[in-house]
Design a protein around this ligand. Sequence first.
Ligand code: DC
Length: 224
Amino acid sequence: MSDATAIVAIDGPAGAGKSSVAKRAAKALGFAFLDTGAMYRAATWWALEQGVCLEDADALAESTRAMTLEIHEGDQGQQVLVNGTDVTQAIRTPEVTRVIYKLDQNSAVRRHLVALQQRFGARAPTVAEGRDIGTVVFPKAKCKIFMDASLETRAKRREKELAAKGVAVDFGRLCAEIHERDEQSRNRADSPLRMAEDAVLLDTTNLTLDEAVAEIVRLARERL
Ligand code: DC
């Protein structure tokens, strides 16, 4: 495992802005970027593709271990390949999001993906974002940030993202869905979402994207 000297660990709930902020901060720092949620999404996509029974925990772990997962950094951002197929877009469908908890609550699936994440971080200075980066994946990271924002703000951001894709949603329902995902992440037995004791809280409710990126870059330069 990496000695975590050059890891920026970013955790937080859905919609706090982790991905967009982490991606830009990585670029500014000249670090690699790792979206670990994409790995859980890829494992879920593959299980659905293979028709694995979602109630069979062993089969889900087996299919996760059997897939070849590649993460590349392209001009368009992080590209995800499963067994050679580009699934960058396919892993973002509501179908994947709806059942992903079956995999992210599976300890054997987590163990496998955490090992891959640690290997990724050992290769190069990395900004990694997820739910358990500072607590489980890189507990020795010197720069840990917990990004949060009010539920309403997070739902508004999501609404805007969906509107840009031409998808209209009921705002109340969106809030309820995000709240449910928060509860699932915070209350699961294995690696629940929580702020590491040595993490800095970054509340992005009233921050622009540029302000949040600047704060992460500042913290990284100060601590690494
Ligand atoms: O960040 P995201 O929405 O793409 O994450 C997808 C799912 O994966 C979400 O349900 C939480 C889970 N996840 C996790 O359990 N641990 C991580 N390190 C990253 C994501």
